[in-house]
Design a protein around this ligand. Structure first.
Ligand code: SF4
Length: 347
């Protein structure tokens, strides 16, 4: 196959015909042209700094772009270089990451920054293979950073890219060899000279046009080559669970001495290990909550009634007292931060 960036596994041409070599060239051109005209203006697209691209890719895992933007800005303001990140403690990293969720990502990013500084003299690996060896860097992130920051011609394959290519080729995820086919197709398509733009174009196409439920085929640069054009069923995401609970904002003191009761999650908890949160609360009969908040964590929608109280009442609440003025330095769970902002304890 002409101009393929990687040969990958042999393709069973009699079973599945890939586009011909000249069509591959046309598909690349169409995607790059569309991407140049339609790409969203995002801060990590204005840099080739591998550290900044790496941070963005880790933050974007399982998180919407809109939710990442402000955290990305704050994180890079606090830790502008890999050396700055490696130099601080884990709680400091978690405090800045707080609210973005999936805290294991922050821990692994911090650990990887230490490896880069202490074992690689501060040089971030410039190949996908080298990046893959860092803690918390999977195949997708390694390919994204290597192609965008270092122009290595490796294809990224995530759920979005998989969906786009499956629709273009007309494949079902239930077919044998689906993952290998998608990987081979992606490796064949990736632009050998502009892999970073090409990969970002593919991700952008999946995120904004070839949408999971209703693809916008009329605006798609690959419509001429697509075998399904919106007629292809793809698996729908898992249905969200709903869970109800109650938390308390338990306060004492006033002014600079005002404190709030917080509980630290277990170090071996499967979610948000070591983070601080508001205590669980059992309301007294007839007691009404101040307000209710909704908060999504992985596949669960939490509906939480929030009670606000001050010491002096005959209740004992677990946890320890934390100065309200020092909350910003704590690694708080996203729900806790949301509630504390709502009651005016944080900005
Ligand atoms: S034509 Fe439609 S289904 Fe095909 S890749 Fe484009 S948006 Fe997706």
């Amino acid at each position: 196959m002409a101009a393929a960036a990687k040969s990958a596994t042999a393709w069973p041409a009699e079973e599945v015909a890939l586009p011909a070599a000249d069509e591959i060239l046309n598909m690349r051109g169409a995607l790059l042209g569309w991407y140049a005209a339609h790409k969203r203006d995002l801060p990590w697209r204005a840099t080739r700094d591998p550290y900044r691209i790496w941070v963005s890719e880790i933050m974007l895992q399982q998180t919407r772009v809109a939710a990442v933007l402000e955290h990305y800005r704050l994180f890079l303001a606090a830790f502008p270089t890999v050396e700055a990140l490696a130099a601080v403690s884990e709680p400091e990293v978690l405090a800045v990451w707080s609210g973005l969720g999936y805290y294991r990502r922050a821990r692994m990013l911090h650990r990887a920054a230490k490896v880069v500084v202490e074992e690689l003299a501060g040089a971030i690996p410039n190949t996908a293979e080298g990046l893959r060896a860092l803690p918390g860097v999977g195949a997708y992130t390694a390919a994204a950073v290597a192609s965008i920051a270092f122009s290595e011609p490796v294809a990224v394959v995530d759920g979005n890219v998989e969906r786009v290519l499956a629709r273009v080729a007309g494949w079902s995820a239930a077919e044998a060899g689906f993952a290998t086919r998608v990987r081979t197709f992606a490796d064949t398509l990736v632009h050998p000279e502009r892999p970073g733009d090409f990969n970002q174009g593919m991700m952008e196409l999946g995120a904004t046009v070839c949408l999971p439920r209703a693809p916008l085929c009329l605006g798609c640069p690959w419509q001429p080559w697509c075998r399904t054009r919106g007629e292809h069923a793809v698996p729908v995401r898992r249905v969200q669970q709903r869970q109800h609970g109650a938390r308390v904002v338990w306060l004492r003191g006033s002014g600079l001495k005002e404190q709030v009761r917080l509980v630290q999650r277990a170090a071996d908890a499967s979610l948000m290990a070591g983070m601080w949160e508001l205590p669980v609360y059992e309301p007294i009969a007839g007691e009404s909550p101040e307000f209710t908040v909704r908060h999504a964590i992985t596949v669960t929608n939490h509906v939480v009634e929030v009670y606000v109280a001050r010491t002096g009442r005959s209740r004992r609440v677990e946890g320890e007292w934390v100065l309200v003025s020092e909350l910003a330095q704590r690694a708080l769970t996203g729900l806790t931060r949301k509630v504390l902002r709502r009651v005016g304890c944080m900005t």
